[in-house]
Design a protein around this ligand. Structure first.
Ligand SMILES: Cc1cc2nc3c(=O)[nH]c(=O)nc-3n(C[C@H](O)[C@H](O)[C@H](O)COP(=O)(O)OP(=O)(O)OC[C@H]3O[C@@H](n4cnc5c(N)ncnc54)[C@H](O)[C@@H]3O)c2cc1C
Length: 479
């Protein structure tokens, strides 16, 4: 295996690719210098913060919006993810017990339109974010995974949305992508893929054109809960009528979110271009592929014939901030690349061109949650649990409604009204998560070798679900 030199300095391959292009290389936004006042201040320049700014301006072009980003917009997970752009159809089996059937159907409908709306938005605004509707293939990569979708199909029938799912046998899967590890699969035709950083930087460009005042390299260091809200940064303060918190994993340092938000890690590699090898395995339809492990593999192609391949469910010690281990890390690249070569042996010899990771902010129900903190003018959208590319578009609509006090269908969705699931307090939480995560990975690895997990491992891996969390072996898979 060959490795990229020099290391990527903490930026994903996606971000480096697009920042090298004139159409995405906008001048940096200067840090805040001095004090200012605004209608709405947004903390965080990921998709959640930026879609919120977009929908606020769409509803009221005259509204003044200030967006504060500690790094550059898209420097966090929004510019370093797998680019799987799907709603919540894959979660249907967990949605019904969590929210009830009627609310589950509302959530499916609300998020279901986001992949297409994102594609249309990119067309309208001249953002070439490689949007492609190739569908999502949730594939059995071990015999133990076969039939894991039965509960999903049953739940889909109950809600009358079964048209959004197709079960494919091994031969039909092989028509889409060939791997010696793949058996049958569940195919979700509505899903798309995007180039995550081009989407983030495209959003940023359009927001600047719309008059959103963006300050990069401007970390919010303190937020005063009062009216107006006062946000302190190293270069000055922002006074605002309303504040929106789109800080992803960084929000776990806020006391208000500690009980309901935790962090895991995900790591990705990208191969060099090998279009002839992509042809050889027949993977030319642009499908987003994920397997049915709990510590999920997620993989997709790029237009120039690469595979971008990720491994999710990493231990929480790799979390919380984009620390050096989330930059290029040879140990992690070797580990993830070994899984890629095992899945596609004909790629042996194709070099890995980059590796990077990022924190995943995890909620107990694996669904994001939205709401407002006292005295009512600080609104938040967090907890996407590895599925935020399309749901943050819906999240932007919800937060725009909350910030403008619109009493509409969006603010009555289950992700707003349902209390998030609370994690156990420390000192139980961290060791408990480590032990459960370890058991989940051991169970996945044994199943990949065609063996069953021993009873103790299976029992410990099943504990999160037994305690009412939608985490670990069960219907839902996360990155
Ligand atoms: C490796 C990886 C792969 C993933 N793959 C997928 C996928 O394929 N599909 C999918 O749907 N989801 C995926 N996800 C999850 C997805 O990327 C996130 O759910 C989504 O980007 C969340 O966007 P956000 O705006 O809420 O948060 P973020 O993108 O995390 O944005 C938060 C921002 O806040 C900034 N910030 C932090 N502290 C401060 C502060 N004090 N002041 C100001 N700004 C601050 C950060 O720099 C960051 O830019 C993946 C995530 C990772 C890490």
């Amino acid at each position: 295996m060959t490795f990229p030199t020099p290391p990527d300095l903490g930026r994903s391959w996606w971000l480096r690719e697009c920042l090298a292009l004139p159409e995405f290389r906008d001048p940096p936004a200067a840090p805040l210098a001095g004090d200012t006042a605004t209608d709405v201040v947004i903390l965080g320049g990921g998709y959640t913060g930026m879609w919120t700014a977009w929908f606020l301006k769409e509803r009221d072009p005259g509204i003044d919006v200030v967006l504060l980003e500690a790094d550059i917009c898209g420097g966090g997970p929004s510019g370093r993810n797998g680019g799987f752009c799907d709603g919540w159809y894959g979660h249907v089996a967990d949605l019904i017990p969590t929210y009830g059937a009627a609310a589950a159907k509302e959530l499916l409908d609300a998020a279901g339109s986001s992949p297409d709306e994102i594609g249309a938005w990119c067309d309208e605004h001249g953002v070439d974010a490689w949007w492609r509707k190739g569908g999502d293939l949730a594939v059995a990569s071990a015999p133990a995974h076969e039939g894991k979708w039965v509960g999903t199909i049953e739940a889909a029938r109950r809600l009358g949305v079964e048209d959004h799912y197709r079960v494919l046998g091994p031969a039909q899967v092989a028509e889409r992508v060939r791997s010696p590890m793949f058996g049958s699969a569940l195919f979700l035709p509505d899903a798309a893929t995007v180039h995550p950083a081009r989407l983030a930087r495209g959003l940023r460009r359009v927001l600047v054109e719309r008059g959103v005042r963006i300050f990069e390299h401007t970390p919010a260091s303190r937020l005063g809960f009062q009216r107006p809200v006062v946000v302190e940064t190293p270069g000055g303060t922002v006074r605002a009528e309303e504040a929106v918190v789109g800080l992803g994993a960084w929000a776990t340092s806020w006391n208000a979110f500690k009980p309901i938000l935790t962090v895991r890690g995900s790591y990705m590699v990208v191969t060099g271009p090998a279009p002839e090898k992509i042809e050889e395995i027949g993977w030319t339809g642009g499908e987003a592929v994920r397997d049915l492990r709990s510590s999920i593999h997620y993989l997709r192609t790029t237009p120039d014939g690469r595979i971008a391949f990720g491994l999710g469910g990493l231990q929480p010690d790799l979390a919380r901030k984009i620390d050096p281990r989330y930059a290029y890390d040879e140990r992690m690249v070797r580990r993830v690349a070994a899984d890629l070569y095992r899945m596609f042996p004909t790629f042996e010899g194709v070099p890995m061109e980059a590796g990077w990771g990022g924190p995943i902010n995890v909620s107990g129900f694996t669904m994001p949650f939205f709401g407002s903190l006292p005295p009512g003018n600080v609104h938040y959208g967090l907890g996407y649990t590895g599925n935020g590319v399309a749901p943050s578009h819906l999240g932007g609509k919800i937060l725009a409604s909350l910030a403008t006090r619109a009493d509409d269908g969006l603010t009555r969705l289950g992700v707003v009204t349902r209390e998030p699931k609370r994690f156990p307090p420390e000192p139980i939480r961290s060791p408990g998560m480590l032990i459960a995560n370890d058991a989940i990975r051991r169970k996945d690895d044994r199943e990949a070798d065609g063996r069953e997990a021993d009873p103790v491992t299976a029992f410990v891996a099943g504990l999160p679900r037994a305690m009412g969390f939608n985490l670990g072996p069960g219907p839902r898979k996360t990155r």
